[in-house]
Design a binder for this molecule. Structure first.
Ligand SMILES: O=C(O)CCC(=O)C(=O)O
Ligand SMILES: [Fe+2]
Length: 508
């Protein structure tokens, strides 16, 4: 049981507002937008200052709904700005201004106030049941004060209870985003022999073009291996900013999996590499800033996750993929899809949905598949298994999948996968979360339709670079044999696994 008594007046309001049926009639009468409703109800069991902020938002809503009309002053200057009202609420809470002043200045409706004061609730921490993918406005995190606090509170709730969000107003320039959106179809329209000339099997760094479905897959959650039972119909081009392979000199074999990419000749697609690398660098910066917001939202030092990244960022090489999902070759075959249900393996994914075609679906805590359609100007951000591990399961690497679009339009997407340094061991994580965070985590675990198996395996006790190359070699044995023969023998001591099947993507 989590008593919310010190601030029960705020909680009561949130409670009434969130649950609907306990709200007084005048509250029900207001038109409440779903986002705000969920926002309020999801904040219920978090921190007092967040209750406070919600309350100010709530009053804001009532104000806008004209419920205070009869109390509004006719003089415009007597109506405080939203920001001033927030501060007034703080001031009242901390006892520096009186209730009378609040009534006069805030014009708080008496019936709201008496309802707040007359009810006490005790509640358990209940996880938020997300029935849609929530949106966070990145600029809110840049405005210190109640707005940033609310951003962090929402972020914490999302990290624990859904693991997926839309990020709007992010720091990546729209110019960079639009260039990538324009280049994605252009790349895939190149002649097949040009695409084949940058086939990823030619790259020791596993960068380049990938025209295959149903490849061998090591399923992140279950750890089982084998060809995907589902034929995944997509084409992709994996890229990164070039890294100096010399950085890996004198390092173990697994450290040599980063390097330079394969790019089509400049003259066949001018400006392609420059645009993609510029985009890459901007998203990379955002990914580190966002990691620090995540740490802060979970009650850790904002720099707490720095231990998982190389100080010299040039030693890190996140990956980005241009993805093209044509309509299925056989629409009646449910086993032919875009991407089967999976969790990402890295730290964070920033996904740009680069066309208007939907298809991405996300699994919530009750096991329902929620659509995650493209929303202009946003990234879809989701959490990977590395982040799940370093937070001991508090953050959830949520399952998601892509249903092949029925056509005729083709779906394009551009996921950016951030990752941890190759020189860390995930099992070294010992995050010191405050009690509230653990409470939220435990509450979610009880509601989850499946366990989050964050428990460390032997693979988390070894250096992350070694694990990463092991996965690559298991997924692409032919490449393992070619580029990492010694390592390959360690992974497959009794020889290569059975030949995997390949499905060529048929152009729409
Ligand atoms: O294309 C998408 O929308 C999702 C891609 C994805 O989940 C992945 O590549 O891991
Ligand atoms: Fe994914």
């Amino acid at each position: 049981m989590n008593s919310i008594s010190p601030l029960n007046r705020w909680s009561v309001i949130s409670f009434a507002y969130g649950s609907g049926h306990t709200a007084p009639a005048f509250l029900k009468a207001s038109t409440i937008i779903p986002h705000t409703l969920s926002h309020v109800s999801s904040r219920l069991n978090i921190f007092s200052r967040h209750h406070l902020y919600i309350f100010t938002q709530f009053c804001e809503l009532l104000w806008n709904e004209s419920l205070f009309d009869s109390h509004r002053s006719s003089s415009a200057c007597a109506v405080p700005t939203p920001v001033r009202r927030s501060y007034l609420m703080y001031a009242w809470l901390y006892g520096t201004i009186s209730q009378t002043y609040l009534f006069k200045t805030f014009r708080l409706h008496k019936s709201v106030y008496s309802f707040m004061m007359s009810t006490t609730v005790t509640t358990t921490v209940t996880p938020t049941h997300y029935s849609f993918i929530p949106t966070l406005d990145y600029t809110q995190s840049q405005r210190p004060g109640p707005e940033r606090d609310a951003f962090l509170a929402s972020l914490r709730d999302i990290l624990i209870n859904i693991g997926f969000l839309y990020l709007s107003n992010h720091s990546v320039s729209m110019d960079a985003v639009n260039k990538v959106i324009a280049y994605a179809p252009k790349f895939f329209e190149l002649r097949q022999e040009i695409k084949d000339s940058v086939d990823f099997t030619r790259s020791p760094a596993f960068l380049g073009y990938f025209n295959v479905g149903g490849q061998r897959v090591v399923h992140a959650r279950s750890g089982t291996e084998g060809p995907s039972p589902i034929s995944e119909t997509r084409e992709q081009f994996t890229f990164a900013a070039d890294r100096d392979p010399k950085l890996a000199d004198g390092c173990p074999e697994w450290a040599k999996q980063d390097g330079t990419g394969l790019w089509p000749p400049e003259e066949v697609i001018p400006g392609f590499k420059t645009a993609l690398v510029d985009y890459y660098e901007q998203v990379e910066n955002l990914s580190y800033n966002f990691a620090s917001l995540i740490a802060e939202s979970l009650g850790l030092d904002p720099a707490a996750f720095e231990q998982w990244f190389d100080k010299d960022r040039k030693k890190m090489q996140p990956r980005v993929k241009l993805m093209r999902y044509p309509p299925p070759t056989d629409p009646s075959n449910p086993k032919e899809t875009g991407i089967d249900s999976h969790e990402d393996r890295g730290f964070l994914t920033f996904l740009l949905q680069a066309s208007t075609v939907a298809g991405l679906e996300v699994r919530n805590i009750s096991g329902e598949w929620l659509p995650c359609p493209p929303v202009d100007g946003t990234f879809v951000v989701n959490l990977g298994r590395a982040l799940e591990k370093v937070t001991r399961g508090v953050c959830m690497a949520t399952s998601h999948r892509v249903i092949s679009p029925p056509g005729p339009e083709v779906r394009y997407s551009v996921p950016f996968f951030s990752n941890v340094s190759m020189y860390v061991r995930l099992a070294d994580a010992d995050p010191q979360f405050p009690e509230e965070v653990w409470d939220m985590y435990k509450a979610r675990q009880q509601k989850l339709d499946r366990p989050v198996e964050w428990a460390y395996s032997n693979i988390d006790k070894q250096l992350a670079g070694l694990t990463r190359l092991t996965y690559k070699v298991k997924n692409h044995p032919e490449m393992g044999m070619q580029y990492h023969p010694v390592f390959f023998k360690e992974v497959f001591p009794s020889g290569p696994p059975p030949k995997v099947f390949k499905v060529k993507v048929v152009a729409a």
